[in-house]
Design a protein around this ligand. Structure first.
Ligand SMILES: NC(=O)c1ccc[n+]([C@@H]2O[C@H](COP(=O)([O-])OP(=O)(O)OC[C@H]3O[C@@H](n4cnc5c(N)ncnc54)[C@H](O)[C@@H]3O)[C@@H](O)[C@H]2O)c1
Length: 253
């Protein structure tokens, strides 16, 4: 099938050391992109990049790992100054603090605002002008079905993730003439350490969630990565301003 090869393109994947991020990096490397695995966990990012360099197929550019703290605007600026031309940004890094909203700690809101919403805004502000100048780009924002449908204990998290909907749609309109698309992908409950941490706090909750999913299982990181990778290709050139769930049908829009 034509239009899927990303050879010659450079992609930044934030939170690339994490479960879903690493799967996204793997698919983008498999499609030939040069991937910058960007994470506050610099050692984790380097590990993911080294693994992908070893397993890449012929002609693929591979990956490099870079440390960046997305909660810190200075670190974001330094990262963007050093990274060179970027064609694709997958805003995947995220933090989630689960607690009933009524008793929640505003310090936690602040961290989620900084990482989940402000960082995608700052990064896009710095990297979009280059995409527009080169007349090609892909922005993919990883939000959450918790933001689309609401999710107990995730009020502040959902608020930051819902902010991505408005940002991505506005960017889709503003950047269209520069051949830059902007879309949101919403994972449903996905089997990752993030979800396992929630399960440890509330035993049995994850099993209960899985039973309510029409496809009868939790999502896997690769389920999310497949859609993200497609959105980054030429085949998805006419898809912009969309919010798509990867949730086994637990939410339908
Ligand atoms: N796992 C799920 O069920 C689920 C469901 C819906 C949405 N999501 C979203 O998917 C994305 C990936 O989640 P995951 O399950 O792979 O989580 P994860 O915890 O495995 O990965 C998140 C990554 O983000 C990085 N990160 C956190 N703070 C950072 C910072 N300040 N600077 C740079 N990097 C930072 C972490 O180091 C980690 O590698 C997140 O945005 C999450 O909100 C996950």
């Amino acid at each position: 099938m034509d239009g899927l090869w990303l050879g010659g393109r450079t992609a930044v994947v934030t939170g690339g050391a994490g479960a879903i991020g690493a799967a996204i990096c793997a698919d983008l490397v498999a499609l030939g992109a040069g991937v910058v695995v960007a994470d506050v966990d610099g050692a984790g990012a380097a590990e993911v990049a080294a693994r992908l360099r070893e397993s890449r197929r012929e002609g693929a550019a591979g990956a490099v790992g870079t440390k960046v703290d997305l909660a810190d605007p200075g670190s974001i600026q330094e990262f963007c100054d050093a990274v060179g031309p970027v064609d694709i940004v997958v805003h995947n890094a995220g933090v989630s603090i689960v607690e009933p909203f009524a008793g929640s700690d505003p310090a936690g809101w602040d961290l989620m605002w900084r990482v989940n919403l402000r960082a995608p805004m700052l990064l896009t502000r710095l990297l979009l002008p280059g995409m527009l100048a080169r007349s090609w780009g892909r922005l993919v924002f990883i939000s959450s079905d918790g933001a689309r449908a609401g999710s107990g204990g995730e009020g502040a998290y959902a608020a930051t993730k819902a902010g991505l909907f408005g940002l991505a749609k506005t960017l889709a309109r503003e950047a269209a003439r520069g051949n830059v698309t902007s879309n949101v992908v919403c994972p449903g409950p996905t089997d990752t350490p993030m979800l396992r941490r929630i399960d440890a706090e509330k035993p049995g909750l994850v099993d209960k969630i899985a039973k309510g999913i029409p496809l009868r299982r939790l999502g896997r990181p690769a389920d999310v990565a497949g859609l993200v990778a497609y959105l980054c290709t030429e085949r998805a050139a006419y898809v912009t301003g969309q919010t798509l769930s990867v949730s086994g049908g637990i939410t339908m829009h």
